[in-house]
Design a protein around this ligand. Structure first.
Ligand SMILES: [Zn+2]
Length: 238
C-alpha cells in the first residue's frame, strides 16, 4: 500500500514532543527529525477469526517498510503466546507484547531516543488491548504524526463489542471490514465468533479465553453466520 497522505504535509499547530525537540515549532510543518509532516491517520481493520487479519497486518508492515518507512509491530495474546505475530498461513514477525503497563507513546518516544524514527505502528489483536491503549494510539496520530493501523475482532463470543474495539470504532479516522470472507458451515458469510466447549456453543464466561479454531482444543472458536450463532448450530462437523 502506498501512502498518498505523505504528499500533503499539514501543520499540527504545536511542536512535536520528542527526544530532540529543541523547541522548534511547526512553522515549517516539519517533525522533530526535519521531515515534512503528513496527515497521519488511525485506521481500524476488523473481521471475525480466520479472516486473515494478521496476514493483512504483516503485509501492510511489509509494504510500508519497502517504501523506506520505519514501523513497530505490537500484539497481545497472539495465538503463538509469544512476542510475535503469527498467521494461520505461516507468516511470522517479531512484535512488542502490549501489557497493561505499556504506554504506546513511551514505546515510540523511547525508540526515537535510540535514534530510530518511527513512522507507523501496526497493532495486531487490538481488541485485546485496553481502552487506554486506544487513546494512546489517537495521541500518536494527532500529536506525534505517527500512523496507527489496528487490526482485531469487533465482537467477543457473546457477540458484544470488545471495549477496545468499541473505542476504535469511535475514534478511528477510518474503519474497514476485512474483505476476506469466512464462511459459516452453511455457506453464509461468517460474522460472529462462537466459543465452543465440549461441542456446545457457550454464551457465558470470561471475555478472553485462549483457544483456537481447530477442533481438538478444549476451548475452540468457530465462525458462524448470525442465524447459526443465534441457534447454536455448529453444523454437521460438530
Ligand atoms: Zn450458518
Amino acid at each position: 500500500m502506498t501512502d498518498d497522505a505523505a504528499a500533503t504535509p499539514t501543520c499540527l499547530a504545536r511542536p512535536l514532543p520528542g527526544p530532540d525537540d529543541g523547541g522548534a515549532g511547526c512553522a515549517a510543518a516539519r517533525g522533530v527529525d526535519g521531515r515534512p509532516l503528513h496527515a497521519a491517520a488511525l485506521k481500524f481493520f476488523w473481521g471475525p477469526m480466520d479472516c486473515g487479519k494478521s496476514t493483512m497486518a504483516l503485509q501492510m508492515n511489509y509494504n510500508h517498510a519497502r517504501q523506506g518507512r520505519r514501523g513497530l509491530v505490537t500484539t497481545r495474546i497472539d495465538r503463538s503466546l509469544g512476542p510475535q505475530v503469527t498467521t494461520r498461513i505461516g507468516l511470522a514477525h517479531t512484535a512488542v507484547e502490549v501489557t497493561d503497563e505499556l504506554d504506546l507513546r513511551a514505546l515510540v518516544r523511547d525508540t526515537w531516543a535510540e535514534g530510530v524514527r518511527i513512522d507507523y505502528l501496526i497493532c495486531d489483536e487490538a481488541s485485546f488491548y485496553d481502552v487506554a491503549h486506544v487513546e494512546q494510539m489517537a495521541e500518536l496520530v494527532d500529536g506525534y504524526d505517527v500512523d496507527v493501523y489496528a487490526f482485531g475482532l469487533a465482537t467477543d463470543f457473546r457477540s458484544c463489542l470488545f471495549p477496545a474495539a468499541r473505542r476504535l470504532f469511535e475514534l478511528a479516522d477510518e474503519v474497514a471490514r476485512i474483505q476476506v470472507e469466512v464462511l459459516c458451515w452453511c455457506g453464509r458469510e461468517g460474522l460472529l465468533n462462537a466459543r465452543v466447549v465440549a461441542g456446545r456453543v457457550v454464551r457465558e464466561g470470561a471475555q478472553v479465553v485462549i483457544g483456537d479454531t481447530v477442533d481438538t482444543a478444549d476451548v475452540r472458536y468457530q465462525v458462524l453466520c448470525r442465524r447459526h450463532y443465534r441457534s447454536g448450530d455448529l453444523g454437521p462437523r460438530a
